[in-house]
Design a protein around this ligand. Sequence first.
Ligand code: HEM
Length: 151
Amino acid sequence: MATTAQQANPKAGLALAFSAMPMLYSVMLIGVYITSSHQGLSCPDWPLCPNGFDLPSEKYFFEHTHRLMVVITAGLIYATAAYSAARMKQARKTAIIAAIAVSVQIVLGMLVVTTRLEPLLVAAHLSTGILLFAMTLMTFLKAYRIAFGKQ
Ligand code: HEM
């Protein structure tokens, strides 16, 4: 009975788990581009860039986009965790770890900026990003199994 209720709409869970992945991948891609093109301090303020809520200026386009995309990505990861906790028991653990990892990652992102690219923090930001992607991928694979009954 509980199992039926928990898996009431497995495709919705799968869609949520899937949608976080391309967003996260893009955030990481842009992040690595920022690092390798030495634009990490192009937007020195926190939480907003100097242009506030205006369209990103050319000067901090990638930094601004990195931050904006994080807002959507984190929302999707939190929604997946909430949905998994309520309805996809098998995916709950990895989804909750992903939600914690994205919170830690946001704090690390802030510290990377406020410490002006402290190397240890940049390294932690990269490795937490990898852990976060792994957890998001595992959540998706579990949601896939739930949706298509290969448990
Ligand atoms: C889902 C959340 C986030 C993910 C997955 C993520 C991922 C990444 C990755 C993979 C890099 C490249 C690191 C490297 O090549 O060493 C990066 C760079 C960077 N991220 Fe994030 N990031 C996130 C959130 C944030 C936030 C909220 C900020 C806040 C401003 C931020 C600021 C930066 C900065 C400034 C860099 C460039 C560091 C440098 O130049 O060395 N990130 N990010």
